[in-house]
Design a protein around this ligand. Structure first.
Ligand code: ADP
Length: 449
């Protein structure tokens, strides 16, 4: 702005010299000579030279200056040309590398320009869908039509939500190829919005994970089989250990009794672990079918609490539950609900402080559905551990000190069961003060998640 002002100012101050006023024709001629030079510069041609034979004073300098400027522009144009060539070569290399990487990892990418409605697929995405690269443009309707009918609504809903909220998304879905074969894809994407928050583009990736899923399934089948095989001999060890411990097979001295007790309690722990692994593999293999039926939640909760009474008594812990009699029947899968509550309440007992523990269980109707809470005033979960607490085998250090025999699978199972039944789970906890677990279900109650 300042510079412009200066230029305008300079121009508006006439610099009248003798030469200027004397030979106007000469000036016009010289200026006419400049025209093709400037036209050349404008079109990127810096080679047009100026005749300097009959130049006078001021024009010599001007023409020399323009000549130098042309030379500089020429050099810069050369440099830009070379940089452009290098950049083009690099871009070609990069897109080739990207294409190879996409082909190797069976990962395709797509981009949807919302304003023009154009959807671009990478070559690999075409191959994943069993088509020739770029064989024809794929519209949104056609893309949705290629998704397995059972997964279509979920995919469409997820994309719609991202469109409305601008949040990234991730899902797995099946596609059906023209020959009828199915593939499993893992999709990730995000919505790009403008300054006003209006979606302008959506982009994402789709990876063919069919093989990985098949291997996973084989692994789960194997684990399930091994666990089943282990369970029977372990039960035999426990039963016979119990018989020996009770003295039914003859009296034992204190030392023998001690050994047998160690043996049976180890077998009980192992059976618990095998049962947990079996539960996980059943969920992973999609063998958990949610079969909800109208159930009295209060009765169900009281039944679960009764199973915990002796452990609570031993620890000197109280369990409070005030049934809400206005609830009526709720659509619940009693087995799954029992697994969830027994696990959470069992943990509340285990991680309560001895002789000073109070546990409160509640089941209420809320604005968005039903909410089960299990609250204790126990050791709490340190902040650093809270983000990982639902992961397989994860245990917080303070829990290991209190009870060294946990396996860190209970909460993982609770989360799988909750989500398999269409619910959500979360917690609030303060180390040293206590923990509350929340499990919510929609008004429809439990349903296949
Ligand atoms: P486990 O109790 O066998 O270790 P879980 O999966 O049930 O396995 O729990 C994982 C971890 O979560 C526990 O080791 C403990 O660190 C923490 N935890 C769970 N429930 C509670 C609770 N009520 N109070 C404090 N810590 C808890």
């Amino acid at each position: 702005m300042e510079a412009n002002k200066t230029i305008r100012k300079k121009r508006s101050t006439p610099q009248t010299t003798k030469e200027d006023s004397v030979d106007l024709d000469f000036v016009r001629q010289r200026l006419a000579q400049l025209r093709p030079v400037f036209e050349g510069i404008e079109s990127g041609d810096f080679s047009k030279s100026l005749q300097s034979s009959d130049q006078k004073g001021v024009f010599t300098e001007l023409f020399d200056g323009i000549g130098m400027m042309q030379k500089l522009l020429n050099e810069q144009a050369d440099q830009i040309y070379q940089l452009k060539q290098q950049l083009q070569a690099k871009t070609t290399d990069n897109s080739r590398a990207l294409e190879e990487a996409q082909a190797l990892s069976h990962l395709g990418s797509w981009e949807w320009d919302i304003a023009t409605g154009t959807i671009t697929w990478s070559d690999e995405l075409y191959r994943i869908y069993g088509m020739r690269p770029q064989e024809r443009p794929i519209g949104f309707e056609e893309f949705i039509g290629l998704i397995h009918p059972d997964d279509r609504k979920r995919v469409q809903d997820t994309i719609d939500t991202s469109f409305q909220t601008g949040r990234p998304f991730e899902f797995e879905h099946r596609i059906v190829l023209s020959a009828g074969d199915e593939r499993i894809l893992k999709g990730m994407g995000k919505t790009v919005v403008d300054k006003a928050g209006k979606p302008t583009r959506m982009l994402g990736t789709s990876q063919d994970v069919t093989q990985v899923k098949q291997l996973d399934r084989a692994k789960d089948e194997f684990i399930s089989l091994v666990s089943h095989q282990l369970r029977t001999p372990l039960s035999i060890i426990r039963i016979h250990g119990g018989i020996l411990e009770d003295g039914i097979a003859g009296p034992l001295d204190a030392k023998q009794e001690g050994h047998i007790r160690t043996m049976t309690s180890a077998s009980i722990r192992l059976i618990g672990l095998v049962d947990d692994i079996l539960r996980i593999s059943r969920i992973s293999l999609n063998r958990i079918k949610v079969s909800a039926s109208p159930t009295d939640p209060n009765k169900l909760i009281q039944g679960c609490i009764e199973e915990l009474v002796s452990a609570a008594k031993e620890k000197g812990v109280t369990i409070a539950f005030s049934p809400d009699t206005s609830l009526g029947l709720v659509s619940i899968d009693a087995t799954i609900f029992g697994e969830i509550l027994r696990n959470l309440a069992g943990n509340a007992v285990r991680y309560s402080k001895k002789n000073n523990g109070h546990i409160a269980i509640d089941f209420i109707k809320e604005a968005n559905g039903y909410l089960l809470t299990v609250k204790d005033n126990g050791i709490g979960i340190p902040q650093v551990d809270q983000a990982f607490i639902f992961e397989r085998f994860y245990r917080a250090n303070n829990a290991v000190v209190v009870d060294s025999e946990g396996n860190g699978l209970g909460l993982y199972i609770v989360k799988l069961f909750t989500e398999a039944a269409g619910g959500k789970i979360w917690l609030k906890s303060t180390a040293g003060k206590g923990t509350t677990f929340y499990v919510s279900f929609p008004f429809q109650g439990m349903q296949q998640g």
